[in-house]
Design a protein around this ligand. Structure first.
Ligand code: NAD
Length: 338
């Protein structure tokens, strides 16, 4: 049983912890927590051993009834692998800690690609992480675009990709983020950083991206145009191709799902934990062919799509499962593509 430490127990960290707990070959060694807040109480109630980031704050944890299992230094020493889910930039600062203990680690998409030997997407380059000690699970948007582009590139060849990313202003718990009443080019310069990030997974692809931020916490929406090298026979062939992908949910016309709100409602009705949607949500009706050009729209649940990718990245670094084996196990245990 692989002992997995989760350092940084926020939006991504708590979801990864719950997903790891569901795996038959992994156990959560504990979670690294900086603040003794409601999230720390939640971790304690879930019976996750809590390790303090700052030793100086140990008394504050005790005052709210949390018996610490140790410090983050202890967590790293006691874990076979660490998932670093700290805020952007902190992961790179933490890397020397993991190196000191010779503990392999995963970093998240907010870090620069240079933080690890490989940037990871389970569908595209699982094998590249097999010899690595450090991997970076790419961001929610890059994960969503990589999953989308992989089957197109394999079947038709992708000549050029253009994406406009309509990005949620913040996550539901980020009360200080915005905009609250605006539509903001973000960044205003073109291309946005998302295209180069996709190239950390697909170095050969030509991709331009433009970003905007809007007042919602629900999901990102991508408006995509891909120029294909070889034209599909018809759009039904493309729809069938996406239907055969395990982490792409093709949204049928009849369902009445007209936006991120109805998608989240569907996920909650389906009993998904926290209303999480681990798959890309691709509107079938939006898939349109014009000559060599394919157009479509997809929604990405920013808090959730990287979660199964983290589970697979743990197995890739461990080296006991092939990519398809790991993805199948993760899908089955989480309830993806059922
Ligand atoms: P978050 O702020 O929700 O959670 C980070 C947690 O780490 C917080 O609980 C914070 O208190 C804690 N922390 C801060 N400093 C720490 C330290 N030194 N040691 C241990 N813990 C520390 O952030 P998040 O949204 O979960 O993002 C984490 C990473 O995942 C970032 O790289 C981010 O870019 C990436 N990511 C986020 C999303 C998203 O939409 N939220 C999606 C994909 C990837």
């Amino acid at each position: 049983m692989l002992r997995v430490g989760i350092n940084g127990y926020g939006t991504i960290g708590k979801r990864v912890a719950d997903a790891v707990r569901k795996q038959p070959d992994m156990a959560v060694q504990g979670v690294g927590k900086r603040s003794p807040d409601y999230v720390a109480v939640g971790a304690d109630e879930e019976d996750y051993p809590v390790y303090a980031v700052d030793e100086d704050r140990a008394d504050e944890f005790r005052e709210i009834g949390i018996d610490l299992a140790g410090t983050v230094d202890d967590l790293v020493a006691e874990s076979d692998i660490v998932v670093d889910a700290t805020p952007s930039g902190i992961g790179a600062e933490n890397r020397p800690l993991y190196e000191r203990h010779e503990t392999p680690a995963l970093f998240q998409g907010g870090e620069d690609a240079t933080v690890a030997e490989v940037s990871f997407n389970a569908r595209v380059n699982y094998d590249e992480a097999e010899d690595a000690d450090y991997a970076r699970v790419v961001s929610c948007n890059t994960t969503g675009l990589s999953r989308f582009l992989a089957p197109l590139h394999e079947h038709y060849g992708v000549d050029k990709t253009r994406v406009t990313l309509v990005r949620r202003g913040g996550d539901p718990d980020q009360t200080g983020r915005g905009p609250i009443n605006d539509t903001v080019p973000d960044p205003v310069s073109i291309p946005s950083h998302h295209g180069p990030d996709v190239q950390t997974i697909f170095p050969e692809l030509d991709i331009d991206t433009i970003g905007l931020k809007v007042p919602t916490t629900m999901m990102h929406v991508h408006s995509v145009n891909v120029t294909l090298e070889n034209r599909p026979d018809d759009i039904d062939e493309v729809i069938d191709l996406f239907k055969s992908e395990d982490r792409i949910l093709t949204v049928p016309d009849y369902a009445g799902i007209d936006g991120a709100g109805t998608l989240k409602d569907l996920a909650q009705d389906a009993g998904r934990p926290r209303g999480d949607i681990w798959e890309n949500c691709l509107w079938e009706e939006s898939l349109t062919l014009q000559g060599q050009d394919l157009y479509c729209m997809q929604a990405i649940h920013q808090e959730a799509d990287v979660v199964p990718e983290n589970v697979d990245a743990i197995r890739a670094l461990e080296g006991d499962h092939s990519g398809p084996e790991s993805r199948a196990l993760t899908n089955e245990t989480l309830g993806i593509d059922l």
